[in-house]
Design a protein around this ligand. Structure first.
Ligand SMILES: Nc1ncnc2c1ncn2[C@@H]1O[C@H](COP(=O)(O)OP(=O)(O)OP(=O)(O)O)[C@@H](O)[C@H]1O
Ligand SMILES: [Mg+2]
Length: 513
């Protein structure tokens, strides 16, 4: 053996020893003759079974996992046919115990320098641990992705629920961050200033409202975050429908750790409530004035009428006594006769006063009869050609408070006809619909008026008890007090129609139909 040959053998022997303890199997042999294939000594340890040079391709395939056979055969044929210099793939090989081991394999063809023959070299490495670790990592990744997806769905659902709740609330609801920027608003909040929620979010009060308003809102928010607890505020905002007053409840918005992130608030529009309350206060004051007025009138009536009459009566009776004492029977009797007529006159005057104070006929005979009675009086006093009453209640009585309210409305309306309309005729209609609604209508053919030019007692700025008329306001109040609604239709030269519609069935409880 020459020196070179010895060296090659020595290197081979060294290589064989190294391979015997290493993880990689090396095999080599002629392309077309499996019997020439040689495997490194670690083949059985790494591949899991004793490799014999007689093992043909069929033996390999039989030990291979069925799913990996196709890939292996394709790779092999690529290399054997010379289409590729080398091919690599992962495959599973069955062990003696039936378990599979993952093997990475690289096959390539090379040329023997000495003989010029092409032969094949294969490298096989057990990568089971790595493949299992990768498989585990893949499963963990999938599990993680699934959990993230589930979490995202949960969040989406929670968001949808929150949205539904927010949108279900008719009051404006909002959340602002520490800089006062809106991060969440419902449609009611955005709509109150004529915006859509997405236009509102991201803006501050200073971008949405005039500086002074925004300043107030910001100060309220600061008070909430400084106090760390909920607070109530009365806030006024400019809206497309004019200034609105809100009763706001604001509380700190905190993260999971309790750190304050901003402010969450709910605002209730109390504009109407405050207006009604102010109106009620004004009306109460007005009512007080009216009562005082009435008392004064009654006092004057009694003073100028019955009191003067009775004083005169006393004087006449004293005169009659003097005449009788003096034996002047004739003139004395004449005076007593006068006194009788005077007493009858005073009684009639007192009855009239009483009738105005509280028409007894209303209690005794009900609304229909009271209206007939009253209309008759108005026709005479106002010199109307006619003042007809048409009642279609079928003789049924209404709830006493409804009867009183409707009578007072008719009384006020007819007083206005007498005082302002210059009408020739008026008509009162009282009827009940099948649904139980009761309608009272007072129509005159007089001069009419422009309601927008009438200053009523209920209006802001109207001087109390002075020029402002109380009649229209009182009619409206009375109608609303029994759950009804007052409508006035009029225009200059067009006559006037006053209507009250009372819903439901205000039939007097216990009354027989
Ligand atoms: N039927 C009507 N025809 C023409 N004008 C009317 C009629 N009713 C009301 N008005 C007008 O509306 C105004 C307000 O009426 P309202 O009853 O409120 O007050 P008033 O009659 O002036 O005073 P008060 O009723 O307090 O004694 C009247 O002053 C009058 O100008
Ligand atoms: Mg009036």
């Amino acid at each position: 053996m020459d020196q070179v040959g010895e060296r090659v053998q020595a290197i081979d022997a060294l290589g064989g020893r190294l391979l015997a303890h290493g993880p990689m199997v090396v095999c080599r042999g002629l392309l077309d003759d499996p019997s020439t294939w040689r495997f490194s000594a670690n083949a059985e340890r790494v591949l899991g079974w004793p490799v014999a040079s007689a093992d043909g391709l069929a033996t390999w395939l039989e030990r291979m996992h069925p799913d990996d056979r196709g890939g292996f055969e394709a790779a092999l044929s690529r290399v054997l046919s010379g289409k590729a210099d080398q091919a690599e793939l992962h495959m599973r090989l069955r062990q003696a115990d039936g378990d599979y081991r993952w093997i990475w394999t690289l096959m390539r063809t090379e040329q023997d320098d000495a003989t010029g023959q092409r032969y094949m070299v294969g490298y096989d490495l057990d990568v089971t641990d790595r493949m299992l670790a990768e498989e585990r990592a893949r499963r963990q990744n999938q599990e993680l992705e699934r959990r993230i997806r589930d979490r995202a769905t949960e969040l989406e659902n929670a968001n949808a629920t929150l949205r539904a709740v927010l949108e279900g609330i008719a009051d404006p609801v909002y959340v602002k961050d520490a800089d006062g920027r809106y991060v969440l608003v419902n449609s009611a909040a955005a709509g109150s200033v004529g915006l859509r929620p997405e236009e509102y979010v991201g803006r501050t009060d200073h971008e949405l409202f005039p500086a002074d308003v925004a300043g107030h809102l910001r100060a309220d928010d600061r008070e909430v975050t400084a106090s760390g607890g909920p607070r109530r505020f009365r806030e006024t905002l400019d809206t497309p429908e004019g200034p609105r007053v809100y009763q706001a409840v604001k509380a700190p918005w905190r993260d999971g750790a309790g750190q304050i992130l901003g402010v969450v608030g709910v605002s209730r529009d109390v504009t109407e409530q405050e207006r009604v309350e102010a109106e009620r206060r004004r009306l109460l004051e007005r009512l007080h004035d009216v009562q005082e007025d009435e008392r004064r009138h009654i006092a004057i009536d009694l003073h100028d009428g019955p009191v003067q009459g009775l004083a005169m009566l006393g004087y006449k009776l004293a005169r009659a006594r003097v005449l009788l004492e003096a034996g002047a029977t004739e003139p004395a009797l004449a005076l007593v006769g006068e006194c009788e007529a005077d007493v009858a006159g005073e009684v009639e005057a007192l009855r009239r006063t009483l009738r105005d104070l509280r028409p007894l006929v209303l209690d005794q005979h009900g609304l229909e009869v009271a209206l007939h009675d009253h209309a008759h009086g108005v026709r005479e006093r106002a010199g109307l050609a006619s003042c007809r009453v048409t009642a279609r209640l079928g003789g049924r009585r209404l709830d006493p408070s409804t009867e009183t309210a409707l009578f007072r409305v008719a009384q006020q309306a007819l007083a206005n006809v007498a005082a302002h309309a210059g009408a020739t005729s008026a008509e009162v209609l009282l009827e009940r619909s099948a649904a139980g609604e009761v309608l009272l209508r007072v129509v005159d053919d007089g001069c009419g008026f422009d309601p927008s030019h009438v200053q009523t007692a209920g209006q802001a700025g109207a001087p109390r008890a002075a020029a402002a008329g109380f009649g229209l306001t009182a009619m409206r109040e009375r109608a609303e007090a029994i759950g009804g609604r007052l409508t006035i239709r009029t225009a200059p030269g067009k006559g006037t129609t006053v209507e009250v519609l009372v819903p439901g069935d205000p039939q007097r409880p216990g009354a027989r139909p």
